[in-house]
Write a protein that binds this ligand. Structure first.
Ligand SMILES: Cc1cc2nc3c(=O)[nH]c(=O)nc-3n(C[C@H](O)[C@H](O)[C@H](O)COP(=O)(O)OP(=O)(O)OC[C@H]3O[C@@H](n4cnc5c(N)ncnc54)[C@H](O)[C@@H]3O)c2cc1C
Length: 607
């Protein structure tokens, strides 16, 4: 079974992505060039990623005392990816890019995530380089970002610390000016950093010649104390090996040391590290302290980081989606081949009959259709958000501003919804396999383990929920929510004209009204502690309502397509979502609306 027909349908029949080539930036592109990119990525993912997904799980990265060792397959996959040009796909022609729309880039990267999410496809490197392109000096762009896009160096994002995960305001890494003339370094104001960064993905390896760390740290005030809160956080580019202004390695090792590898539940193809900055393990020019160059202005570090967050979070949502999809395809294949049980007729079961294949049982069909509705719905949502990113960057001013605000509201959903529900899809894929699914002889347990990360990193589920209800639906006087409602209503209007979809349209209209009322009720007392006590049920209801809208819109496109199994399947997945999933929002919104204090008020000793 191939992912490609689903991607093609969503990109072309639903989103009409080809129309983007009417914009100046994409004028050289066409359906043919988009297809060629998808073909290449599909092929590399099939040849260099999928066959090694289990290898990278069983051959966990290890430190041999000198270097971190990864399987050869990871090196080969990284090289193939870099050579494909995908690291710079969205960049200008002038710097070697393809000026590819982000929507197509995201769709192309989906093949790698499905084949082997943890071998990775350069998401961190691209995010790191994009950030430098937006906030770096000309020298920082030329030296660091361009070499990352070229695949010569790779990138990391160093935010978290052992004591500062969700609460980045407590970052304790300190950065002090590096002696006289620190302002005059060609690579930017030069500082010395000291501190520990926890959980850093791809923080140490030999895949590339150098590693470019982007590090959040605080510059102490005149009293030597670190400024409190997020406003005191600055951003630094800290290469593992020092380089000159012409991007040549100087031969000096920077004072960044691997303190240890984390041994993870899944996603083992990517190293995860505790890094010590500036502890003196590799003194530079006779002194301890990692050399780092300031990016942007002091105190603007988190703002610079968040500039890239929408795309990073769509990337996480896409990873979760494709892991769910991989499990769906595996369990569908299994269900078509596994004989077990017999149909129940009016006279009970007839043991003389041959066994059925499990796909013939209604409950197995339920589990498969649930997976299909979660994963294909999530893929549609991610591509929709990617299309909004293109609109934000290349649309007319009013449309671009609308896309920006819609993304603000939708990004917590794009990150969190697949992380929860495509993980649930992976659990169902195990269930479809029965006992075999619980063994390492089948791939589905690994998909679940790999996917379990996504509710944790890039802002936990709880943090995303508070961002949505505490900030995003309120910002600009609720205009984001109003814009979203407008889009929902446009879809509802169209679906009301199609008899087969009219009931779904009405159900979505009711769910939207309930969501609006619950948002107001949550904030009725204006007390954030009360409003946010049930932020996660709110996130769940909001996400399910968004997915119902996405499915209704996709169903409109499916309805217009020629008869066939694919059309029947899409319409059934939409129906499943409306009949089995959307009604759940009522229970979630009930606790939100009455600001239910059951959890918040329980004293610790009662647990
Ligand atoms: C495999 C992996 C890869 C990672 N890669 C990177 C990386 O490359 N770079 C990087 O910087 N970080 C990375 N991280 C770190 C990741 O972003 C953090 O783990 C995450 O932000 C949560 O922080 P924490 O682990 O300290 O958990 P905590 O912040 O301690 O949270 C624990 C629990 O408490 C909840 N909680 C915390 N605060 C609140 C609150 N105010 N209100 C309600 N609930 C709250 C959380 O939702 C969570 O359920 C990675 C993590 C993992 C596991």
């Amino acid at each position: 079974m191939s992912l490609r027909p689903t991607v093609d349908f969503l990109l072309n029949d639903w989103l009409g992505v080809e129309a983007l080539n009417q914009r100046e930036r994409f004028a050289d592109h066409s359906r043919e060039t988009f297809d060629a990119v998808l073909d290449t990525c599909e092929r590399i993912a099939r040849e260099k990623y999928a066959p090694f997904n289990r290898t990278v799980d069983t051959q966990e990265p290890h430190f041999d005392g000198e270097r971190v060792v990864l399987p050869q397959a990871t090196h080969d996959a990284h090289q193939a990816y870099a050579e494909s040009g995908m690291l710079s796909a969205a960049q200008d022609y002038a710097i070697g890019g393809m000026q590819l729309p982000y929507t197509v880039e995201a769709a192309a990267n989906a093949f790698f995530a499905m084949a082997s999410v943890s071998i990775g496809s350069g998401m961190l490197t691209v995010g790191n380089a994009n950030l430098l392109m937006a906030h770096g000096t000309e020298a920082q762009k030329r030296v660091f970002a361009l070499n990352e896009f070229a695949g010569r160096w790779s990138g990391t994002m160093c935010l978290s610390e052992p004591q500062a995960g969700s609460s980045l305001s407590d970052v304790a890494t300190r950065a002090v000016p590096d002696g006289e003339g620190f302002m005059d370094d060609p690579l930017g104001p030069r500082f010395r950093l000291k501190g520990n960064k926890m959980w850093i993905s791809a923080g140490e390896h030999e895949l590339t010649e150098n590693i470019v760390h982007l590090v959040l740290a605080k510059i102490p005030g005149p009293d030597g104390k670190l400024p409190p809160g997020v406003k005191g956080i600055s951003l630094f580019v800290v290469p593992k090996k020092l380089v000159d202004a012409d991007a040549r390695l100087t031969g000096e090792r920077n004072d960044v040391a691997l303190a240890g590898l984390n041994h993870k539940c899944g996603w083992r193809g990517t190293t995860n590290t505790l890094l010590n900055f500036g502890e003196g393990r590799f003194p530079v020019r006779g002194a301890a302290g990692a050399i780092g160059y300031l990016v942007g202005q002091p105190g603007e570090g988190l703002r610079c980081m968040f500039h890239m967050m929408n795309e990073a979070r769509i990337g996480v949502g896409m990873a979760a989606t494709m892991l769910g999809m991989a499990g769906y395809h595996a369990s569908l294949d299994y269900a078509k081949n596994r004989p077990q049980g017999r149909p129940v007729g009016p006279q009970g079961k007839d043991p003389s009959r041959p066994q059925s294949r499990i796909i013939e049982h209604a409950d197995v069909k339920r589990m498969l259709l649930a997976q299909k509705s979660y994963c294909e719905g999530a893929l549609a949502l991610e591509l929709y958000c990617a299309r909004l990113v293109d609109e934000q960057h290349t649309g007319a001013p009013e449309a671009a501003d609308e896309a920006r605000l819609l993304l603000e509201v939708l990004t917590p959903i794009a990150k969190s919804w697949p992380s929860e529900w495509c993980l649930e899809a992976n659990s169902l894929a195990i269930q479809v396999h029965g006992g075999y699914g619980y063994t390492r002889d089948f791939p589905v347990e690994q998909y679940w383990r790999d996917n379990r990360l996504n509710m944790i990193h890039e802002g936990t589920h709880g943090i995303q929920a508070m961002d949505l209800l505490g900030r995003k639906v309120l910002m600009e006087n609720g205009r984001g929510l109003q814009l979203l409602a407008k889009r929902f209503n446009a879809t509802i209007e169209r679906a009301l004209q199609v008899p087969a979809l009219a009931a779904h349209a009405n159900a979505l209209g009711q769910a939207l009204a309930q969501l609006g009322a619950a948002t107001q009720a949550a904030w009725a007392t204006g007390d954030p502690a009360e409003a946010l006590a049930n932020a996660v049920p709110y996130l769940q209801a909001f996400g399910h309502t968004v997915l119902a809208w996405v499915w209704l819109d996709v169903a409109l496109a499916a309805q217009a397509a020629p008869e066939g199994a694919a059309r029947t399947g899409r319409l059934a997945a939409a129906r499943f979502f409306f009949h089995y999933e959307l009604p759940k929002t009522g229970a979630w919104l009930a606790v939100v609306s009455r600001r239910d204090p059951t959890c918040a008020e329980l004293p610790e000793e009662a647990f």
